[in-house]
Design a binder for this molecule. Sequence first.
Ligand code: AMP
Length: 633
Amino acid sequence: MNDKKGAPASAHYEHHHQRSIADPQAYWAEQAQQVAWYQVPRQTLETLPDGTQRWFADGQLNSCYLALDRQIELGRGEQLALVYDSPVSDQQVSYTFNRLRDEVARLAGLLRQLGVEKGDGVIIYMPMIPQAAMAMLACARIGAMHSVVFGGFAPHELALRIDDLKPKLLLTASCGLEFDRVIPYKPLVDKALQLAKFQPEHVLLWQRPQSPGTLVEGRDLDWHSSLEGVEPVDPVAVSSLDPLYILYTSGTTGKPKGIVRENGGHAVAMLYTMNQVYGMHPGDVWWGISDVGWVVGHTLIVYGPLMAGCTTVFYEGKPIRTPDAGAYWRIVEQYGVNALFCAPTAMRAIRKEDPEGLLLEGRDLSSIRQLFLAGEKLDSSTHQWLEDLTGKPVLDHWWQTETGWPVTAPCLGLEGHRPAPGSSNRSVPGYAVQVMDEEGRLLKPGEQGSIVIALPLPPGCSQTLWGDHSRYLQAYLQVFPGYYNTGDGGYVDDEGFVYIMGRTDDVINVSGHRLSTGEMEDLVGQHPAVAESAVIGVHDEIKGQVPLALVVFKDGVQQDKDEIRRELVALVRERIGALACFNRVVVVKRLPKTRSGKTLRAVLRKIADGEAYTIPATIDDPAILGEITQALA
Ligand code: AMP
């Protein structure tokens, strides 16, 4: 990795960024011309008295049209739109834009027959099968709002979302597949509907042969046979401000936050992101490695790549064990992937099993231009390992469910790649990222604080929470008036490069010194024996907080554990200083994660402090919590 200081200036990026901040109306009106609107908006930006924005209020469009029909009109009908690769079901299926449009148009016809109208809500609770993408696009086609609930959520969480959205219809599949087991979904849906106060009129069930589900008479319908004889329907015009989807994300309370994505701003943001941030062109093969249940699944598996005329790879598998840690390299070679997105945790899992990259040997990765990583802090050790292994640029960038698209990133459509080790890069045009202290004073370059974004937010960002606007204002706009509060901490350097140090509550205070646990994790991760780690602040009688490192070793490490512990303590002492009071290192087999791969630091803190905790609904494997409690005893 080179240091960014020696890199050439990127005047083009700077020019765009300055214009986007100085005159957002003009900048985004220009970008909006990339969208094939049914009615081109004359209004660009309106700011309401409460500080929220309305983008392109009088525009009319259809997001499914933009993703499918428009691409066909542009001559891409026979180009591959979606390639489904499922090692867990041993299937590979390709869909051209023509085929995908036809399937979606018929499914949209069926939804309408089942009473779904423009403005209605539809819940999609499905594994990573193409029918999940079809369901999303079919809703968009008829102007219904979809809410995809991650297939691994338990019935209680699904019921909460059903009661909040009050959907007309619920679409599901009979099961999800893991590398070692089948997870029947239908009993989970039935249980959720028992728990929910609100009942959708119908459940549409996609049967999978691995574990077919039972239909409840009068309510449930078989997806496949219900489609027989259904006529395809055309896209309808919706208002720019009509929600395309609601996506629930966890907040600080047990009630999930329904992020609302409006059609107009979203479409402008998707085209801008795919072109200017990710540097993708029509005909390119893009692989967003995630699940449709998360924001990445919306932006980077379905809408972004399709609206940009790219082929999207739709993967139902894992980084390891389907069948091994070489799965990603196999897919890149097989489909000629030009760029991919994944979370660092996936790469750490691959590294743990195949640190030398033996499974990459003989694979042709020549198609790939870059690997984009986001979702959590990219530690420098994994970053370096991945770059060395692949010989390709590994680009860190930062965003959230709320924004729906990158806030900081290298903008490959506007500038060359400018490596900035440890940084998730500069503000994307439209975003003015700044740093504030607790009193709301703007901090200088290099000073750590809360990361905020000066209003207005660019198109595509959520401007409300479904059914709870006051919670939106409270959580995001009222903490620092005039700014959107990201909930992350970090700093910006004197060239505008942003360094994310973790959620604001991951910054710890040791004897009055503000320290980043992210920074310590980064150092710990540089030790050759360490596969991954979590550093948390735990209560200390004297110092307020002290750091505690939970460390997972790589497979096959021979070195004495106590010796490694001593080396880690010495490393942090040497690099951060004795003030960090970094003395406690506990070796564990695994770290507790959400299903989207985020380490559950708040729970770790509670366990370490001996406090009561509730098991988060998003946890991947609750059994890990018992192991951690024992290790910390
Ligand atoms: P989510 O909305 O679930 O995607 O989570 C968004 C949060 O993930 C952000 O607020 C950050 O805390 C974290 N995050 C995302 N990308 C990065 C990144 N590149 N570096 C550090 N943290 C990140």
